[in-house]
Design a binder for this molecule. Structure first.
Ligand code: FAD
Length: 435
């Protein structure tokens, strides 16, 4: 069912069974570590809407279960051939071709809850101990071990992985203070629904009648992305817009269709009709964080992965992918380092990941600004400008192979440096972009 390397005797405690935690768990299992996962939700529910995994993450998943995990995701993943861009008023800009699927490193894009369920079931099937309904209330650490307080007990391990999302509690132990999120200045209306009403409407039926499509409309400080999936049977859209409301971050505020329509007032009638035909939407306030100064604790036995370490803007289209790379790299570092060298391995994990993640985060800001501040007269002359960047340093990267390649050198670089000095905010030119 799953390949497993020789046992290392390293006990890994993982908090959170999102994409970061599940990937860390499956990869730790594959690398021979003992794994236990604590997750606060009491039962698995298919929550969320559209989510994307770049080829760099697809490469990780493609290795699981001899390819059987990706085989389950393919049928529910979008199969579009191009991404069409329009100006907000409906003027066509350009069609960006989607490269053909690569079975070694597939691009996966579908319903978050459905893909999550496939990964969760795979983890359970290979025997990973996932304990639901277990909210970790405290993270603890002492020389030689780290642990969590959960259900009135303290559970100790060699390393604790905080994959507990944007509102991470693990971050408090790692940073030594409570880090306040800040508003990104944007919010997103999001929806996922049966495309039947769109099929019946002459204005929108072209989006769903001939299989999967992906379309973007760009306007000042607003962009609208619409996708039809499963042969056009399901439909999803996201509309990112300016919003300075100071509210708690969440995925699931009910949104109002009339508010979403206000944001696209004067836009292409096709976009407006999509929203009018939408049964319900959510209003997600997009919270952002400055890069954390560190992702690892003083003793280097507790570390952050995924959104707990680095929330992403959706325009990077890499949040979930980078969360997966984190888990994969951490598991490999622990395997190479071995039980006697857990803190060194954890420090190496951070050193290997930090620059690459930062660069991917910045790409999200760049794309958002390109789209939201587009000068459409200039775009007419050079429409290529608004295409999504699909650069090899990001997508053609094998994070596992890279870890085996650079680990020893990274450990040499770390020798003699105190833990707290490991991370600096590197200038963008100096970040390792090896593909
Ligand atoms: C319900 C939900 C819906 C989402 N929908 C979308 C979407 O539609 N599109 C999209 O692009 N992204 C969505 N995301 C975010 C996306 O999944 C993440 O940005 C990305 O995949 C990184 O994942 P992560 O594992 O780091 O964080 P998350 O996916 O947020 O996972 C963190 C996990 O940790 C658990 N947890 C938190 N605190 C504790 C604790 N103290 N003890 C135990 N467990 C804890 C949470 O219940 C959660 O399962 C959603 C996230 C959630 C939680």
């Amino acid at each position: 069912m799953e390949q497993r390397a020789a046992e290392t005797g390293i006990k890994v405690i993982i908090v959170g069974a999102g994409f970061a935690g599940l990937t860390a768990a499956i990869e730790c299992y594959r690398k021979g570590h003992d794994v236990v996962v604590f997750e606060s939700f009491p039962e698995l529910k298919p929550l969320g809407d559209i989510i994307s995994f770049g080829r760099n993450a697809g490469r990780i998943v493609a290795r699981w279960g001899n390819g059987s995990v990706v085989e389950q995701i393919y049928p529910i993943s979008i199969q579009n051939k191009e991404l069409k861009f329009f100006k907000y008023d409906g003027d066509f800009i350009i069609a960006q071709q989607v490269p053909p699927q690569n079975p070694v490193a597939p691009f996966l894009n579908g319903h978050r809850g459905e893909i999550h369920e496939i990964l969760f079931n795979h983890a359970k099937k290979i025997g990973i101990d996932i304990r639901l309904g277990c909210r970790v209330l405290e993270y603890v650490e002492e020389p030689g071990r780290a642990g969590v307080r959960v259900n009135g007990e303290t559970i100790w391990g060699d390393v604790v992985v905080g994959s507990d999302g944007v509102r991470s509690k693990a971050r408090e132990l790692v940073l030594g203070y409570v880090d306040k999120p800040k508003s990104s200045g944007y919010a997103i209306y999001r929806a996922w629904f049966d495309s039947e009403p769109l099929l019946k409407d002459p204005m929108t039926k072209h989006l769903v009648e001939n299989g999967d499509t992906h379309t973007g409309w760009l306007g000042p400080e607003v962009h609208f992305l619409a996708a039809s999936l499963k042969g056009g049977e399901d439909f999803s859209w996201v509309c990112t817009h300016k919003d300075d409301a100071d509210i708690e971050e969440s995925w699931s505020f009910p949104g109002k269709i009339e508010d979403a329509l206000k944001v696209i007032d004067g836009w292409d009638p096709i976009v407006r009709r999509i929203v009018e035909l939408t049964p319900e939407c959510v209003d997600w306030k997009l919270v952002y964080r400055d890069p954390l100064p560190t992702w690892i604790s003083k003793e280097a036995r507790t570390c952050l992965v995924g959104d707990a370490a680095h929330p992403f803007l959706p325009t990077s289209i890499q949040g979930a992918s980078q969360a997966m790379e984190d888990g994969c790299v951490l598991a490999a570092c622990l395997q190479i380092g071995g039980k006697e060298n857990v803190p060194t391995a954890v420090r190496a994990y951070q050193k290997i990941r930090y620059g690459r993640v930062r660069r991917a985060q910045l790409l999200g800001e760049e794309t958002r600004d390109t789209w939201h501040k587009a000068d459409f007269d200039k775009i007419k002359d050079d429409p290529e400008k608004i295409k999504l960047k699909r650069e090899d340093w990001l997508f053609a990267f094998d994070c596992e192979a890279n870890t085996y390649e650079v680990y020893e050198g990274v450990v040499k670089e770390l020798a003699g440096t105190p833990t707290a000095d490991v991370v600096q905010l590197l200038p963008i030119e100096s970040i390792n972009v090896a593909a």
